[in-house]
Design a protein around this ligand. Structure first.
Ligand SMILES: [Zn+2]
Length: 483
């Protein structure tokens, strides 16, 4: 071989561009990526070396300085493929990505039930929905029994009281109960307000578990308890000394078998937890924490989203959400501790942890606040060249002000598009024990935001902003309460 021939081969080996398509993404256990049947979709990934060019299905894609790319194109549902051509100098790489349609979800378990209605069933703690595809609105305790009056598409209908029903997924319940007659509504005789070590509680003596719906209002000084399967014989409410936080308890029979108990509070609600005890239902109110000039005295749970097998979102250069979340969470913990807070990191290394376990850890830790850190992605079919940036999620009215304060500071610090806050039924922000938020700081799939997230100073900037938000929320709330 001549020297020149050798050189040509050497150059070719050196410069043939490397194309890495991150999305469409092959899920673990699959051999082909599945995408939803949408007209247009995004494709993202990266090409090396710097200075390459890229065409996807014949359309040139913009490459960023780090080689990342993101396009939004019509999906070729005939060929079911993306053809990528990358060039670097005289060298060309052809790369093909095949994909297929996401199969429709198989209907949730359970063939039609045998036996008659109404029938007694036992709930597992799975939330109840407004209809088989509806929103969760009642969060029962495992072991609660209820009367099912019908069945549809894998779901049992429970009659709560006249004209009101709830639905529960058939495969989550027990139906093999010994023949039990429908219970009459249970009589409620009295309500007891009691002093607790760190707050007050309301106790309703009942001899079996009932379905309970709790609703706190956004002023945060009132909570409504709906008890289903109960009839009021209430003629006594006791208010011993030291329980002044509960100002007044009133009740109304709002259906054949439903009592609504209205609890008015002397101050703003910080958190509460309802649970069944052997002799009745107890709703414990948590008093506001005593916080120093900065965050001394405050207990905060910091929760990095995903981990282990769950990568979460992924960026064009393969930065994983779980890694970004964990790095940011650790820096946030350090910062909050320096300000005097006592902090729990729900997950301190890259491993799997379920959502109920995360909130249970926070409750065991007696956390005053819960903050979950995430980085976002878009679902198939959404044009990513829109307004996407920072968003904060909450579920309970008591968490709304915290979401607003943290959102404001993170937007101010990072300067990304302000999506505002979202009410959203997410498992980690659903608990009632403390104000809880989930922060979607930025979109990993957007090349410029992935670059921002990967910068060395990013975790500290984010941590500083979250800390500022928490501090202003806590101090405003405590001043509002007049300490
Ligand atoms: Zn996430």
């Amino acid at each position: 071989m001549t020297t020149l021939g050798f050189l040509v081969i050497w150059v070719a080996v050196q410069t043939a561009p490397i194309v890495d398509v991150v999305y469409p993404r092959i899920a673990p256990g699959d051999t082909i990526p599945y995408i939803n049947k949408v007209d247009s979709n995004f494709v993202f990934g990266s090409v090396q070396p710097a200075g390459s060019r890229l065409w996807i299905n014949g359309i040139e894609a913009r490459l960023n300085s780090n080689g990342s790319f993101l396009v939004f194109q019509p999906v070729d549902w005939v060929g079911k493929r993306y053809s990528l051509v990358a060039t670097a100098g005289l060298d060309t790489t052809l790369h093909e990505v095949r994909f297929t349609t996401k199969p429709l979800p198989t209907p949730a378990g359970a063939s039609s039930p045998t036996g008659e209605f109404p029938r007694m069933i036992e709930l597992s703690g799975q939330p109840l929905r407004t209809d088989p595809r509806g929103t969760y609105f009642i969060f029962p305790t495992a072991g609660t029994r209820a009367l099912a009056s019908g069945y549809s598409a894998g779901y049992y209908r429970l009659d709560l009281t006249t004209g009101r029903s709830a639905w529960v997924e058939g495969r989550t319940i027990r139906t093999d109960l010994a023949k039990a007659l429908p219970p009459d509504p249970v009589a409620i005789w009295k309500i007891e307000v009691e002093k607790e070590s760190n707050g007050v509680s309301l106790f309703i003596p009942v001899d079996r578990k009932l379905l309970v719906r709790l609703a706190d209002d956004s002023d945060g000084d009132r909570i409504l308890i709906e008890l289903f399967g109960a009839v009021s014989h209430i003629d006594k409410v006791s208010y011993p000394p030291g329980t002044e936080f509960i100002e007044e308890v009133t009740w109304a029979q709002t259906g054949d078998a439903c009592i609504e108990i209205d609890v008015r509070l002397a101050g703003q609600l910080w958190g509460y937890s309802g649970r069944w005890e052997e002799k009745g239902y107890r709703l414990k109110f948590r008093s506001s924490p005593a916080v120093g000039r900065r965050l001394e005295g405050l207990r905060i749970a910091v929760d990095p989203g995903h981990g282990g097998q769950q990568d979460g979102a992924i960026g064009p250069t393969r930065l994983k959400e779980k890694s970004a979340n964990l790095v940011c969470a650790k820096v946030l913990v350090e910062r909050l501790e320096k300000s005097g807070a006592t902090v729990l990191l729900t997950l301190d290394h890259d491993s799997a942890l379920g959502l109920p376990e995360r909130t249970a850890l926070a409750e065991q830790f007696n956390a005053d606040l819960f903050v979950s850190l995430h980085h976002n992605a878009l679902p198939d079919g959404v044009n990513p060249f829109g307004d996407f940036g920072t968003g904060t999620y909450f579920y309970r009215p008591q968490s709304r002000e915290l979401a607003l304060a943290v959102q404001r500071e993170v937007v101010r610090e990072l300067g990304l598009y302000d999506e505002g806050i979202y009410y959203n039924d997410l498992a980690v922000v659903r608990p009632t024990a403390q104000p809880a938020i989930l922060l979607e700081t930025a979109y990993l799939m957007l090349p410029d935001q992935e670059m921002l997230i990967g910068r060395e100073d990013y975790p500290d900037r984010l941590a500083r902003a979250v800390e500022k938000g928490i501090t202003s929320f806590v101090h405003e709330r405590l001043i509002h309460r007049g300490r």
